[in-house]
Design a protein around this ligand. Sequence first.
Ligand code: ACO
Length: 424
Amino acid sequence: MSEKKAQLVIDGKEAAIELPVYTGSTGPDVVDVQSLVSQGVFTYDPGFVSTASCDSDITFIDGGKGVLLYRGYPIEQLAEKSNCLETCYLLLNGELPNAESSTEFAQQISSHINVDEQVHHVFNGFSHDAHPMAMLIAAVGGLAALYHDSLDIDNAEHRMQVAHRIIAKIPTLAAMCYRHGINQPFVEPHGTLGYAENFLHMMFGTPGADPQVSPILSKAMDTIFLLHADHEQNASTSAVRLTGSSGANPYACIAAGIAALWGPAHGGANEAVLKMLYEIGDESHIEDFILRAKDKDDPFRLMGFGHRVYKNFDPRAKVMCQICDEVLDDLGVHDDPLFRIARKLEKIALEDDYFIERKLYPNVDFYSGIILKAIGIPTSMFTVIFATGRTPGWISHWNEMLSHPYRIGRPRQLYKGHTKRDYP
Ligand code: ACO
């Protein structure tokens, strides 16, 4: 039981409504407003910016201090010492694996990496210029047809099996989106390769040929997946939870998450960074764009700068910045005009009072856009990569929700339409 209480007095009524206040392991307290409905009152919070929609043990963010923890571990430490698959295990199970469970988990994932021949037909139903996100939503949703009957979502073992399947198959499907888009045959995953390595092989390899993936690029890809693996109750994760709360098939829930991620306000920002860099076009134009970003009368914003939650350096951006250097070095493209513009822009913005005063640091999307472009991934695939990385987080939240008693999500509204009227 909660010791702390909040009191709510509505419209001067004498008896205040007493509401319990809960304290988490860290972060702000929450006021439990569940009893208000029985008093005939709802709370009003468009965008749910002040509302905790669930209890969760998975991820913690302190945007003011620039902190991001997965199961308590700082993201910088995981990026340095762990890898994507180990981090998936951590998100799903709550603890890091030991050597034995790590190997077992990697084998599990590897055993589910192929997709059924039927899934190929999903892709073949699309034209080659279809947006890869449209194909990904269809392919992931389509998996529900293949794995429907054998699935009891109230069974913890079944849920884990689904989680393994979806984590394993998402890079395969993501690479298939790309291959279909360039009208090239799919490349089968290779049993000897690591998670991110296999993804790059399926993207850029030759069917039947021995895999040749640069260790620097596969490490960069692995870290990009790891850094995107979870970010608490954002729009797409909330979409997954809300869809799952109706008891829907988990593949359909992940498809809902992918759909929510598609929008430019969520997963599409790194694409916007690249568009802006092309628009700037030449280092000599940077100053003009900085002036436009600072001009109150101009709606232009410097894409890849600032963050709704982080009012300090996004810890993921720091890691991403370092990888960016390694990748550009490995590929020998430091002198590419686009990357020179990006680096100069970053330097100017970091030294400019306007950006310093408003705490507008380069965000994770600024660097990820540059890295993905350098690796040779087209901008239309950027959100697909984000979805691939975020899938372990989504499925961990889905599993967490179903592991405890839960209710179907059903937000209320402040109705402002007509009151009852008769049909004329
Ligand atoms: N360029 C120029 N000025 C900016 C920028 C920017 N990128 N971002 C914020 N500002 C300014 C605003 O004009 C405002 O100035 P003022 O105080 O003089 O009025 C001030 O900084 C605060 O801006 P807000 O809009 O209140 O900041 P908010 O936290 O709401 O916005 C957001 C965050 C939407 C990310 C914003 O910084 C932005 O549009 N950035 C560019 C787009 C981008 O990179 N998005 C990806 C975010 S990361 C992610 O989603 C994973």
